[in-house]
Design a binder for this molecule. Structure first.
Ligand SMILES: [Zn+2]
Length: 347
């Protein structure tokens, strides 16, 4: 073992090297134990003081005390720095600025057609109708034959049908659900049938897929007056005000007699000859309708001698166009978010 001075120098060099590589509070505690602990380097050296000649002791004691103080001081300075860095790092990680404004979340909106569909359902349900659904892929019987449209009937040409390879077809109207519902529930019956329908047709006011809402009421002693009351109440509620209505004779295979219902133009009430919604006629076609044909009741398993009924069908896309003042149906299917958000209601 060298002299006290050599030992002090060795310990000092060793300490400085260990201190510079100790980067955490735990590592600094390790350095403290190694040099100032009970069996530490400095402590062991202090224990040797007693074995020195008496004249050397005061000087050696002074040198050792200086070394111990120096190590103490360096350690506590580094410990303080290190603790500060750790606190700063934690604060940086957990920093929360409570004065920042909240992050905006984009809100979705109902599609205008979905919205009109729900409004229409609500209105008819409040009149006592139930909602019925059926398959979009149909067979010939439910889409045509059961609705008094036998093979080769000219009405089949009125509806450009998508036929599938397996002999089935995409329903051209929601009417197949009339037959299915009569067979399932019998009479009396009050249903509405909202849903998608498909026809080979595509232009500004026609889409190969569009939405219908159909209704069927079957009971005893039903008359056209019931039908008119029902549909006029609906039109007034969906457009939000009392509208004049008129009826024109029409033809559908599944109703007899058959009518078309018009309501006064919601945009101009017939006062604007250049109105782009009614094209100056003052009237808007809303719905085809009529008294259910006895053949249709029989296809549904209902006795036409006891029961009669009425049915109507309307295009929900068309109702939405009229309500929102649009003249191009295609905006409903183009997915333009700016348009959808401007028309769609947020709930
Ligand atoms: Zn008009």
């Amino acid at each position: 073992m060298g002299s006290i001075h050599e030992e002090v120098e060795r310990i000092q060099t060793l300490f400085e090297s260990e201190l510079s590589s100790a980067g955490t509070l735990d590592a600094l505690q390790g350095v403290r134990v190694r040099f100032l602990g009970k069996k530490g380097e400095v402590t062991s050296l202090l224990k040797r003081l007693g074995s020195l000649p008496a004249e050397e002791r005061p000087e050696a004691g002074r040198v050792l005390n200086e070394l111990r103080d120096l190590i103490e001081e360096a350690l506590s300075r580094r410990t303080e720095e290190c603790a500060g860095v750790q606190v700063a790092a934690r604060e940086a990680g957990e920093w929360l600025d409570v004065t920042l404004p909240g992050r905006g979340r984009p809100w979705g909106a109902f599609h205008p057609v979905a919205q009109i569909t729900q409004e229409a359902i609500d209105i008819f349900v409040s009149m006592g109708f139930s909602v019925a659904y059926g398959p979009e892929v149909e067979d010939d019987f439910h889409n045509f034959e059961g609705l008094n449209i036998p093979p080769h009937h000219p009405a089949r040409d009125m509806q450009d049908t998508f036929y599938l390879e397996n002999g089935l077809l995409l329903r051209t109207h929601t009417s197949p659900v009339e037959v299915r519902s009569m067979r399932r529930w019998g009479a009396p019956l009050r249903i509405i049938i909202p849903g998608k329908v498909f026809r080979r047709d595509s232009d500004q006011t026609h889409s190969p897929m569009f939405h219908q809402l159909e209704g069927l009421l079957v009971d005893e002693n039903i008359s056209l007056a019931h039908l008119k009351g029902c549909l006029e109440a609906f039109a007034n509620r969906i457009f939000g005000r009392q509208l004049a209505a008129r009826y024109r004779a029409s033809y559908f295979p599944f109703t007899e007699p058959s009518l078309e219902m018009d309501v006064e133009c919601v945009a101009c009430s017939g006062k604007n000859p250049s109105c782009r919604i009614c094209k100056g006629s003052g009237w808007l076609e809303i719905s085809g309708m009529g008294m259910t044909h006895p053949n249709v009741l029989m296809a549904g398993g209902i006795d036409p001698a006891r029961y009669n009924g009425f049915a109507w069908g309307m295009g929900l896309d068309r109702i939405a166009m009229l309500k929102y003042g649009l003249n191009d149906l295609r905006v409903f299917f183009e997915g333009d978010l700016a348009f959808l958000n401007s028309k769609g209601e947020r709930r």
